[in-house]
Design a protein around this ligand. Structure first.
Ligand code: FES
Length: 142
């Protein structure tokens, strides 16, 4: 992903985060918001079309029934990982930077697979179970 794409996505994510989950639907009307709101299905899953990643390697998803956003990342090997952006230290919402995921509350850092790089968090981000079904990614919610 180039710098311009990242800045565009991350500023949209910051806006979406500041709106809060309960107001997210209202925020979605802004053309700058790139967080994708997905309705939770009856089986406690969300379904994201692969185009949600556009030309980048990640997308921020927001399920209607889960407070924390979800980081959907396509790894270099082509496989996807979905991480709950809820810090394992004290549950602050984790932010996305170009090369890692950073908790703004106490500075914990995670790589894009959710592995702890720096405390105080001592557990990896929650990786959500997912499966690919054609052009869709089905993610199981916690
Ligand atoms: S809540 Fe994330 S480092 Fe404390």
């Amino acid at each position: 992903m180039d710098r311009r794409s990242f800045i565009k996505k991350s500023s949209s994510f910051a806006l979406a985060s500041s709106c809060g989950a309960s107001l997210l639907v209202g925020c979605q009307t802004s053309p700058n918001i790139k967080t994708t709101l997905l309705k939770t299905q009856q089986n406690n899953k969300i379904i994201a079309h692969k185009t949600v990643l556009e030309n980048d390697d990640f997308a921020i998803l927001q399920a209607t029934t889960v407070k924390a956003p979800i980081f959907l990342h396509q790894q270099k090997n082509g496989k996807y990982v979905a991480l709950l952006l809820s810090c394992t230290h004290q549950k602050c919402t984790v932010s996305v930077t170009p090369d890692k995921l950073v908790c703004p509350c106490h500075g914990a850092k995670f790589d894009k697979q959710g592995t702890v790089l720096q405390g105080p968090a001592d557990k990896n981000l929650l990786a959500l179970e997912l499966s690919e079904q054609g052009n869709e990614i089905v993610i199981s919610l916690p």
